[in-house]
Design a protein around this ligand. Sequence first.
Ligand SMILES: Cc1ncc(COP(=O)(O)O)c(C=O)c1O
Length: 382
Amino acid sequence: MIPLSIPKLAGNEWKYVQDCLNTGWISSAGSYVNQFEEMVANYAGAKYGVACMNGTVGLHIAQILLGVTENDHVIAPNITFIATLNAIKYTGAQPILIDVDANNWQMDLNLLEKYLQENTETQTVDNETFSFDKNTKKRVRAIMPVHVLGNIGDMDRLISIAKTYHLDIIEDTTEALGSTYKNKHAGTFGKIGVFSFNGNKIISTGGGGVIVTNDEELANKAKHLTTQAKVSAMDYIHDEIGYNYRLVNVLAAIGVAQMEQFPGILEDKRKMDAFYREQLEGVGDIKFQEIPEGTHPNGWLFTFSTSRMRELLAYLNDNGVQSRPFWMPMNQLEMFKEDIYITESDVSSTVYNNSISIPSSAGISQEQLETVVKTIKKFYSS
Ligand SMILES: Cc1ncc(COP(=O)(O)O)c(C=O)c1O
């Protein structure tokens, strides 16, 4: 079976892990954690990086840092991996789900703007101006764009909308390490960005995340909160409810080795993406995710639409090509059915019903790529 997305561990992973084991620095302290944080932040062009256990907890902490509580709304796209929504729910906030654009599958900014225009009002309390939802009376505090599949929507417009309505931007950039929009890296458009290094991501630490920001105070607070909010090196004194969300040194060691190889992996992913686009253009009724002007995605997980998605999915998995459907839209999941969903024609359902992801591992060989393409072409010609 050609796997969907597995990590490529071809560098110093073993050496650095062995170093941790040999020196005993396997846990929460150790130099690889700092090194990994620095490498990710530097790569993304952010001033600070704070490592954490995974992307989900990073998104949770990001919201706590920006003061999100149960009195707030956080806006998110209706098509995302569930972790985005879970992280919002952990804070007690109520999500506002926005339907997606039919072409690039990112949050539909027309719908976003329409919702904010028609349903919110601004208020100023203690010199702070914010928007609140006229119906629920909750503050609309933050917006969480998700760079779905490593692609990026119109960030200029999103930033301008966020400014108009006084929303903080937290980027769910878990899938987008290496992606750029107008030459600026994903993760650096808002106050905070969160990367994931889960096993299926472009590079991996097994499980891991890094919170990036240009704000020193937020970075220090992120470190504090993810490490049990301890205030003294000696005494067990803690000044607030903290979390044990830190990344351990042995996993950060894998991260350092992965970051060393990242430029090469990114180049391979983009070549893979170009190959699939070239080979599958015009095959059956295949439609690609549109790449907006100015966006240079990382080619993380190749996904396309076809009206024969379920049939093709079964065929590929039966013929040695591991494939997956897309995420079920959030509004269709039991836990979020009562939440606000802003839509006109439920594009999310169409994207979900038609989209399929095909093998995209960092180390996929040319031979495997050709087999995938051949199998897909065979399906459509029969
Ligand atoms: C869009 C999205 N958000 C959040 C996450 C959560 O990241 P993690 O698995 O590292 O918790 C993932 C990946 O798994 C993701 O794809």
